[in-house]
Design a protein around this ligand. Structure first.
Ligand code: GLN
Length: 461
């Protein structure tokens, strides 16, 4: 813990953390030491972890990257925080993020942008940009994150770390400040798939306090690590029998050459490990952007209605009456991207437009999920890029939200379908020289196949 606290202090210009409390962390570390000395330690006991500031924490502030919640302290811990603490993990601090997890670059944070440790001119990705930058710069060996439309996978890709978004419902949403409840899913980021497996073991599991939590028997997500895919694998071909589906929609004109080259090299390595590549199609990929940017804002507009300045959060200093207090508090507390989503969401849910937008989007969402099931008839996992380009420069897409939305093309449909997806570092792109920027390979599995996906990722690492 001391080692990481010193590194965090030395890397302040990255702006990866919004809160660090050295004494609190060291106290938890001493408690973990005592547990180790007493012989009651588990695999994660004493291992430091950074929490995305979307998870509420007792004794720490929880802001979700918003001025609306600046200074807010939750009276309880999120289930994820509670479970990792129970496993003995030591909280290092809270990481920066896009406001209410809305964004793909971490530039929408009320606490300023995060810098990409590989190239500080670049964004780290978002919305879990602080967690990704913290793991990438070795400010933390592991971090928690959340993914609603790509926010674990895309920052992991841009920052060169491993991250997994589990099947929707695996990880409890209790105490995860809500963005779009039918999509939000927590997961780990770390230096390797093996580390992610251990973290997921501690994070996942049924929680009666989350109505969409899945009731499934406990499983060991590390159980396939280091094993061969099939029983009859030849020497040097541990993945013989693995069928990797390549959706042609993920390799179209929008994919940058440098990203494609890194993905192609990774796929060649998988072939060398014994896997076979199979063409598949996900025909509704393009529609995932309009569908997601109807459904997510719709749910967000509803979820964010709780921030009224009465019960918690920012309250305007002066107002005439109750309505004026609501208006001023929300106008002052929310940033521009959050306001844009509330406007869109309220519009698509309103009488007369509900059928035309929201209902249509829900229907296409179903078709998108069915397309994946068609693909999984002929392959075991799907692979492709996480994002069409490497990390862009801070400010490059700042004034054009649609450009930012389009960059989510390869991650949104997985979220809409509720499938697990991960990002595994597979090389670098960018303009060469010192400006090399990481590329992530996306691995998409069928529902509940996380242990197999982690095996496939681990074999590559
Ligand atoms: N970039 C997407 C958005 O802005 C996804 C964010 C997320 O997964 N939290 O909504």
């Amino acid at each position: 813990a001391q080692h990481y606290l010193a590194r965090i202090e030395a890397a302040r210009e990255l702006n990866a953390f919004v809160e660090v409390e050295q004494e609190r962390t060291l106290e938890a570390a001493r408690a973990a030491d005592a547990r180790i000395a007493a012989g009651s330690a588990g695999p994660l006991t004493g291992v430091p972890v950074a929490h995305k500031d979307v998870f509420v924490t007792r004794g720490w502030h929880s802001t979700a990257g918003s001025k609306m919640l600046a200074g807010y302290e939750s009276p309880f811990d999120a289930t994820v925080v509670e479970r990792l603490a129970r496993a003995g993990m030591v909280t290092l601090g809270k990481t920066n993020m896009d406001e209410f997890a809305m964004g793909s670059s971490n530039e929408n944070s009320a606490f300023g942008p995060v810098r990409n440790p590989w190239d500080t001119r670049a964004v780290p990705g978002g919305s879990s940009g602080g967690s990704a930058a913290a793991v990438a710069a070795r400010l933390a060996p592991a971090a928690t994150a959340t993914d609603t439309g790509g926010s674990i996978r895309q920052p992991a890709s841009f920052s060169g770390v491993t991250g997994i978004k589990p099947t929707y419902g695996r990880v409890s949403r209790y105490g995860m400040i809500a963005f779009a409840s039918s999509l939000d899913q927590g997961g780990p980021m770390a230096g390797s798939a093996a580390d992610c497996a251990l973290l997921l073991n501690a994070m996942a599991g049924f929680d009666e306090r989350d109505s969409t939590s899945l009731q499934r028997p406990d499983e060991d997500f590390a159980r396939h690590l280091g094993k061969t895919w099939g029983d009859d694998a030849a020497a040097g071909k541990p993945l013989a029998g693995l069928r990797i589906g390549l959706p042609n929609e993920y390799f179209g004109a929008g994919l940058a050459d440098d990203v494609r080259a890194a993905i192609d090299a990774a796929l060649a390595q998988y072939e060398a490990l014994g896997a076979t590549l199979v063409p598949v199609s996900l025909p509704k990929t393009e529609l995932s952007i309009p569908v997601y940017y109807v459904i997510a804002p719709a749910e967000a507009s509803s979820n964010l209605s709780r921030f009224d300045g009465v019960r918690y959060g920012h309250r305007a200093a002066e107002y005439r009456d109750l309505l004026d207090m609501y208006k001023k508090s929300r106008a002052e507390g929310f940033g521009p991207e959050v306001k844009r989503r509330i406007l869109v969401g309220t519009y698509v849910l309103s009488h007369g437009y509900y059928d035309a937008y929201y209902l249509q989007a829900q229907k296409i969402r179903r078709i998108i999920a069915q397309d994946f099931q068609e693909a999984f008839k002929v392959c075991d996992v799907i692979m492709g890029p996480v994002a069409p380009t490497v990390a862009w420069d801070i400010g490059a897409k700042g004034d054009d939200p649609v450009q930012m939305y389009l960059a989510d093309i390869y991650t949104l449909s997985v979220s809409l379908a509720g499938l697990p997806g991960m990002s595994v570092p597979c090389g670098f792109g960018g303009t060469g020289g010192d400006a090399k920027r990481p590329v992530g390979l996306q691995i998409i599995g069928n529902y509940f196949s996380e242990a197999r996906m982690l095996q496939v990722a681990d074999a590559f690492q």
